[in-house]
Design a protein around this ligand. Sequence first.
Ligand code: 5AD
Ligand code: SF4
Length: 440
Amino acid sequence: MSEPKKLFVKTYGCQMNVYDSERMAEALGAKGYVPTDRADDADMILLNTCHIREKAAEKVYSELGRFKPLREANPDLKIGVAGCVAQAEGAEIMRRQPMVDLVVGPQTYHRLPEMMERVEAGEAALDTDFPEEDKFAHLPKARKAPRGPTAFLTVQEGCDKFCAFCVVPYTRGAEVSRPVERLLREAQDLVARGVREITLLGQNVNAYHGEGPNGREWGLARLIWELAEVDGLDRIRFTTSHPNDMDDDLIAAHGTCEKLMPYLHLPVQAGSDRILKAMNRKHTADDYIRLIERIRAARPDLLLSGDFIVGFPGEGEADFQATLDLVETVGYGQAYSFKYSARPGTPAAERDPVPTEGADQRLQRLQELLSRQQRAAQDAMVGREVSVLFEKPGRLAGQTVGKSEYLHAVHVTGPETLRGQIAKVRIVASEANSLAGELI
Ligand code: 5AD
Ligand code: SF4
């Protein structure tokens, strides 16, 4: 029997890419590929790329350049580019980097096995369609090997919101929700393999509107309640959401569904109504603040996370101050902030940018405020009792690390057998990026 071929996948960007990479590896598993974590050992290298910010395409080209010596050493080495840069650049990738054998977009990777056949026969393979068929229905179903206690599950893809800065509606395409029954099966399968926490993924996950078992459309809250019935599944999370799709049922579920964790990533992007309008966000700062009040009324201890963009075209000092004010009013336990980056093909890319220096300064000021809040939220956990799902060994010998319900990393001194268990922990110290706790 011949040696199994080795596949090295490198993943950039969001959690959905992490999920996609796993599914691509499974799809290629059917073609005899086994995963390796070393590029220099691989028969096939696949970059799963992200196009959301910065010079994404340039980064991919320079990464590809780094594989040149590997290809020279092994002319049989195959190289592929997947994900959102593949979608956006298409055939241009092969023109600029002829070493690339395969280009596949996020909606067609179920076709990887037959694409690989062509590649192995020495042809190039390119597919960046937005096909009619559902890729998930064509991917291998057998995900049997045991795995860690947490997993992602893509329930919705694409976005119809068209925020003026964002490439997602172009790279991932229109909003599509997967049917409830398939998701239920996939969740049950994950649980059978040792998973206890599932994070439901979607570019705009709270817009979920999949077909329910009764043939009617179900919203995200109803899906969560259904998943909560799965024995052995203890924790449910979802990310990422648009404020306008937080419906009453979903808000209520945060108060009443025990398995839904008290953590919510709800990006607002900016605090100035003028900029929110220019961003095509379709809500005001006040709408957002009132929404947060309602969610916190349902779940007072909820830890809130968000995304912010500074330096959006037209943003003046007063607009930026409004963002700082909103952050002060809302109070975040965690947040991501970015300097605006013009994405080709988006409406905002046509507008005059804020000079870099000013934007850099704003980013620094915002990040100082957000990290103060993050620190305060973490420090406030000291003395409290949390429940931790343990995932892996800690940095120091004898330590095991996991996540609290608030998604804080918590480490304790405890046996390795804790992995996969949920245990009560008292927080004793707040450290740089984690909490120290003691088993109760
Ligand atoms: N420039 C900067 N940040 C962006 N994001 C999306 N597009 C851009 C862009 N062009 C940020 C938003 C979004 C997160 C995933 O990335 O904050 O919520
Ligand atoms: Fe992009 Fe999110 Fe806006 Fe959709 S809602 S366009 S994914 S920022």
